[in-house]
Design a protein around this ligand. Structure first.
Ligand SMILES: Nc1ncnc2c1ncn2[C@@H]1O[C@H](COP(=O)(O)OP(=O)(O)OP(=O)(O)O)[C@@H](O)[C@H]1O
Ligand SMILES: [Mg+2]
Length: 222
């Protein structure tokens, strides 16, 4: 198989196989309709240029979409997911019929940390979950920094340590990781620490929605 796929000439996965992959990845039904053609320039062009791991060891190979609520971060990440997966798996999807081993994972960070904490009495299950998250070709984390509201305390520290360890593991293996966040860079540093933020910025392109971007939920979508 050639190193660099030509998006125009590669035999495409059909729309239903990519939809199934996205569903198995955990993408919510509302986000399944997201399409990169609906994203305004220059963001659209930036997203289209993000490598999809060919050649495999390249940075950045994901994005951090930062901005206030309702500006379209989750929509843009879903559109990116579709775009990257279509390119990466143009020749076929590994484990296509096995949701437990999807090569791409999409999770809300709040749900993820809640699930991880619910396994507190089962460290082997926690480790299995961690390995799956750490090893997936693509990881899409929605709402980084939205996982635990109350600062301080053991639970807070454990949730933070879990996300920190996950990002470090993915960084070390050049695995494509994209996130959305309502946090500023400073807030992420406060929450997860400078080493975490340094790695995140190196592995995933920081894209900030401009201040004053409209809340699409309140003022219509177009
Ligand atoms: N480019 C777009 N074209 C069409 N609809 C869009 C687009 N961007 C966002 N939307 C719609 O606008 C609404 C808000 O977008 P989204 O959920 O992505 O915001 P968000 O920045 O993730 O907000 P939050 O921080 O609250 O999670 C959604 O209903 C989404 O489908
Ligand atoms: Mg969102």
């Amino acid at each position: 198989m050639p190193e660099e796929l030509s998006f125009d000439t590669a035999p495409r996965c059909n729309a239903s196989s990519i939809r199934m992959l996205l569903e198995n990845a955990g993408v919510m039904p509302a986000e399944l309709a997201a399409d990169i053609s609906q994203i305004e320039e220059p963001l659209r062009n930036t997203l289209e240029q993000i490598p999809f791991q060919a050649p495999p060891k390249v940075r950045p190979n994901g994005v951090v979409l930062a901005g206030t609520t309702g500006v379209g971060k989750t929509y843009a990440m879903a559109a990116l997911a579709k775009h990257q997966l279509l390119k990466k798996y143009a020749y076929g999807i590994p484990n296509q019929f096995d949701p437990a081993n999807s090569p791409a994972i999409w999770r809300s960070v709040l749900d993820l940390v809640t699930e991880w904490r619910s396994m507190a009495l089962h460290p082997a299950d926690q480790e299995r979950l961690f390995r799956r998250l750490a090893q997936a070709d693509f990881l899409f984390l929605d709402d980084l920094g939205g996982e635990i509201k109350e600062r301080g305390g053991r639970e807070y520290d454990r949730g933070i340590a879990f996300i920190d360890r996950l990002i470090r593991a993915r960084y070390d293996h050049y695995r494509s990781t994209s996130c959305t966040t309502n946090c500023t860079a400073e807030a992420l540093i406060m929450r997860y620490g400078a080493p975490f933020f340094s790695r995140l910025q190196h592995m995933s392109m920081w894209i900030e929605f401009p201040r004053g971007s409209r809340d699409r939920r309140l003022r219509g979508k177009p």
